[in-house]
Design a protein around this ligand. Structure first.
Ligand code: PAF
Length: 287
């Protein structure tokens, strides 16, 4: 299968429009590149569901804070394109920063409410940058379906909210987090970790499992569920916790007593690397 790489937004919109006008369904996977198995699982799902698979690779500067890792974010276009070929991607969009945000650019998307806590609180402006670039990409590609990993759980909710609020005719398809064999959630940022940090980072999935076990034992007091996870994080001196929260999976409100489902969200720093992870829990037999 031929893979076409396009950098110009107008040319990309044209190529997608040709596919759409020929009656082909478009499945879209937006990424910042440095593809790993998590991204590939989204692309494979798009390949299975849709006629044309579109991948975007763009390290979006406006979703990084001034002291974050925009400059050192890993980039390897050649490797990404080779991987894209292996999973049957048809079109790759790789715009430049100037293409996406030319001189005088002044329009931003602000999803309120959901963006105020957790990642939004620790990374001011992050979700404004994400929502803005995702809407721009959606407008260029106009996909039928777009695939997002649950690893960035809050991002998934923010994108869903934007799609609903702005009446975008796009189905958002959530995909499960892909993990390394030892449980660490896959992330392009894992490449920053030293061997020692990589080992310490495993306390994050262990803490999530401890919370899940507490819920499965029947614990419903949110602070107790949280305490089970905190004990694991605190036993790992190399980790510095930003938040560990037990929240409602749709509203992200933090109940005192957990209902029939919950999301447990963690963000922690390991050396200079910030990692996030989460688990979704549903009561067995629940709806
Ligand atoms: O999840 C990501 O990689 C990014 O936030 C996204 C959705 C590609 C927007 O830049």
């Amino acid at each position: 299968m031929r893979l076409e790489v396009i950098t110009d937004p107008k040319a990309m919109a044209e190529a997608c429009s040709v596919a759409r006008m020929s009656g082909l369904t478009i499945g879209f996977v937006p990424t910042m590149g440095y593809l790993h198995e998590g991204h590939l699982s989204l692309l494979r799902a798009a390949r299975a569901d849709c006629d044309t698979v579109v991948l975007s690779i763009f390290v979006n500067p406006i979703q990084f804070g001034p002291h974050e890792d925009y400059n050192r974010y890993p980039r390897d276009a050649e490797r990404d394109l080779n991987l894209a070929k292996t999973v049957g991607v048809n079109l790759v969009f790789m715009p430049t920063v100037e293409d996406m945000y030319p001189q005088g650019y002044s329009t931003f998307v602000d999803v309120q409410g959901l963006t105020e806590k957790f990642e939004g609180a620790f990374r001011p402006g992050h979700f404004r940058g994400v929502a803005t670039v995702v809407l721009k990409l959606f407008n260029i590609v106009q996909p039928h379906r777009a695939y997002f990993g649950q690893k960035d759980y809050q991002q998934l909710l923010v994108v869903r909210r934007m799609v609903q609020d702005l009446n975008l005719p796009i189905e958002i398809v959530p995909m499960p987090t892909v993990r390394e064999s030892d449980g660490l959630a896959m992330s392009s940022r894992n490449t920053y970790l030293s061997a020692e940090e990589r080992r310490a980072a495993l306390a994050i999935p262990r803490a999530l499992n401890a919370c899940r076990e507490a819920l499965e034992r029947g614990e419903r007091i949110a602070s107790e569920v949280r305490r089970a996870g905190l004990a694991v994080i605190e036993s790992e001196p190399m980790l510095s916790l930003d938040y560990l929260a037990v929240a409602h999976p749709e509203t992200l409100e933090e109940p005192d007593v957990v209902g029939s489902s919950a999301v447990v969200l963690i963000a922690a720093r390991c050396g200079s690397t910030r990692l996030i992870d989460n688990i979704l829990w549903e009561e067995a037999g629940g709806t």
